[in-house]
Design a protein around this ligand. Structure first.
Ligand code: AKG
Ligand code: FE2
Length: 207
């Protein structure tokens, strides 16, 4: 089922979002980067199933040196003008805007969705530094749904990595210089791991 999602707050739907505010814990990293964590923020039980079923997932291909390789996960990127696949994503963006707009100086605009089908799906070390985030501070807010996975962060150029364990409904926000000065990855898991969907909210011109 797809729902009309533009231009409404859908106050008649229960999107099961918790409060942000004081429940968000900030961890300052080095070089002007920081991470906010809010466990269990988006506790909706069926959003995961709906996204898995309703989104027209696409295989990701990426240039690696002289060849194009499959990235082991499925993706779908929604621009600010496209119809998003579920009203709960609009509710999440609206709540994130209410909490972060003043500090960020703008609203979140796009929703990038990634589907990790099992523990063999992953994303390698990278920063979301295509566009303005190559030169400016920004924020990338991630809602994790489904199976628990590790999001790793390490300073660009080397240094000990930090491990954030993301369970169903957890919110993590990478802010400040994080996309330029740090890298993040979701490594493969050797344990039997169920499917996970990650939703990343980014401002316009940040990828
Ligand atoms: O799976 C995640 O939460 C991270 C995804 C990510 O870093 C990206 O798509 O840029
Ligand atoms: Fe990323």
């Amino acid at each position: 089922m797809s729902i009309e999602v533009q231009g409404s707050l859908f106050t008649d739907e229960d999107s099961d979002l918790g409060h942000l505010g004081a429940s968000v814990t900030r961890r300052e990293l080095s070089r002007g980067a920081w991470v906010d964590v809010r466990p269990g923020w988006a506790s909706s039980v069926d959003l995961f199933d709906r996204l898995v079923g309703d989104v027209d997932w696409r295989a990701e291909r990426r240039q690696m040196y002289d060849r194009v390789v499959d990235v082991p996960r499925l993706v779908r990127f929604y621009s600010e003008t496209e119809r998003w696949p579920n009203a709960a994503l609009i509710d999440a963006k609206t709540a994130l805007d209410a909490h972060y707009r003043q500090e960020l100086g703008e609203e979140f605009a796009t929703a990038g969705l990634c589907y990790y089908r099992n523990g063999s799906d992953s994303v390698a070390w990278h920063g979301d530094n295509i566009g303005r985030s190559a030169t400016e501070d920004t924020m990338v807010a991630i809602v994790s749904l489904g199976a628990t996975r590790q999001l790793m962060l390490r300073p660009r150029g080397g240094g000990p990595s930090l491990k954030f364990t993301l369970g169903h409904g957890d919110l993590i926000v990478m802010g400040g210089s994080c996309q330029r000065t740090w890298e993040h990855a979701v490594p493969k898991s050797t344990r039997a791991t169920g499917p996970r969907v990650s939703v990343q909210f980014r401002p316009r011109g940040v990828r």
